[in-house]
Design a protein around this ligand. Structure first.
Ligand code: GKR
Ligand code: MG
Length: 434
């Protein structure tokens, strides 16, 4: 099936003022929507990282994509894109996701791969999860993703969104935020974004969540590498009970060596809380050293930067081989990404945790999926009985997203700059901060 056109749409979507160790989310997050049109007029779609760099990388391969056969992508694009499944360079812990040049070719490949799978699926009337091997689940579980946040729902000027969740900068308000998220979406597990307040307060936040939701709701805490090895060990000890039973400690500290030291010291103290990562291990090349040093016990896959859906399936097999768990990472995203995440998760037997999603933080006003937001019910996305990803674009909404992108000044995510602009002019990302 020959590809006739590749269309790249840079959009901006409102994003609330969420905090992490990277800094502060800007009033708009950037995404790219792509369309691949086949010669017979079928359109495959996908969503990926936004801003200028990802869009330029996609524009750069336009000539290779047009005229290519959607079924033969690996042979056509891989060599040209220098797809580097064995890259062993260190991840750049300071860079916000989507800005790491080491991931660039995997991100670009993934963006095209998923659009091809949607195109093929739509033309055959087969859901993507069944194209890539067949689903092992129809309902894909996601977790609640509470953040410390300032007041505001995102957007700027006369384009403000409702502040659905309100300010949350204390343990009590975070618990309230999770309650609201669980009431709305029915999530059965919680991933808490930490690395913002003093670790003592973040420990108290997790303890209060545990008290409120009980041991049947697994808890994970992710400070995005904000802590030293010592602090990570202290937090691991303090939260041993709360993080056991299906929870984990995600990227407490930076790097494979740091994670390995935390693991060793926790085990020495008799604490077997697993460590998870989307920072220390971000490519296949990191896995041998990580296994050798027992640095991480759970890898967060994300087809957006691991090189697409089939690479995630390879990663899952490898993880299973080494007795490593698999969870899924996310960034601010719309419904096309959510559906792609759900499809790959549905077709990955060794997915051992509920996936992350930022979706509750995005507003219906920004959704580009025809018919509006993708439902999350009982904490799950249900795989629809339709070809491809199962969603189409709403072109009016897409145009609004493009107009927002044209209006705003920034072209890359820079949480540090936002923090300096709105909260503290002297703020710097320091690792470890505590
Ligand atoms: O959106 O601020 C955020 C998150 O911190 C995100 O950038 C991370 O990539 O969710 C992510 C994570 O699990 O590290
Ligand atoms: Mg993380």
């Amino acid at each position: 099936m020959k590809i006739k056109d590749l269309r790249i749409h840079s959009i901006a979507i409102a994003d609330p003022p969420l905090r992490s160790s990277y800094g502060l989310h800007a009033p708009y997050a950037l995404r790219t929507i792509i369309e691949l049109e086949s010669e017979d007029g079928i359109i495959g779609i996908n969503e990926t990282y936004g801003g200028e760099v990802p869009a330029a990388a996609l524009r750069a391969i336009r000539d290779q994509v047009i005229g290519a056969d959607a079924f033969r992508l690996t042979g056509t694009l891989n060599p040209e894109m220098k797809f580097k499944p064995a890259g062993i360079e260190r991840s750049q812990t300071f860079l916000v996701p989507g800005e790491n040049p080491l991931d660039e070719s995997s991100r670009t490949y993934a963006a095209i791969e998923v659009a091809c799978l949607d195109l093929i699926g739509k033309s055959l009337g087969v859901p993507v999860c069944d194209l890539i091997g067949g689903r092992v689940r129809d309902r894909v579980p996601f977790s609640a993703y509470p953040f410390y946040k300032h007041a505001g729902g995102g957007g700027e000027g006369d384009d403000l969104r409702d502040d659905e969740y309100g300010e949350a900068l204390s343990p009590e308000t975070l618990v309230q935020q999770v309650k609201q998220m669980i009431d709305t979406y029915g999530f059965g597990s919680i991933k808490f974004k930490a690395g913002v307040l003093d670790p003592e307060q973040e420990i108290a936040t997790v303890q209060q969540m545990y008290q409120e939701f009980g041991p049947d709701v697994p808890l994970r805490i992710d400070p995005n590498s904000a802590w030293s090895v010592d602090t990570s060990v202290q937090v691991g000890k303090a939260l041993a009970k709360e993080l056991s039973g299906g929870g984990y400690l995600e990227d407490p500290t930076a790097g494979i060596d740091g994670m390995s030291a935390v693991r060793r010291q926790l085990l020495d103290a008799g604490i077997d809380v697993p460590l998870a990562t989307n920072v220390a291990v971000t490519s296949f090349g990191h896995i041998p050293e990580s296994v050798e040093k027992d640095a991480v016990q759970i890898i967060l896959c994300d087809h957006h930067y691991w090189g697409g859906m089939r690479q995630v399936q390879h990663l899952a097999k490898l993880a299973e081989t080494f007795n490593i768990g698999l969870s899924m990472h996310s960034n601010s995203h719309l419904g096309v990404s959510l559906m792609a995440m759900a499809h790959v998760a549905a077709a990955t037997p060794h997915l051992t945790y509920a996936c992350d999603t930022h979706y509750p933080w995005q507003s219906a006003k920004d959704e580009v999926v025809l018919g509006g937001r993708v439902p999350i019910e009982g904490g799950c996305v249900v795989i629809p009985d339709r070809g491809g990803l199962g969603v189409e674009l709403d072109y009016d909404q897409l145009e609004r997203g493009k107009e927002r992108y044209r209006t705003i000044p920034y072209r890359k995510r820079d949480d540090e700059a936002e923090m300096q602009k709105h909260i503290d002019p002297n703020w710097k990302r320091v690792l470890p901060r505590w």
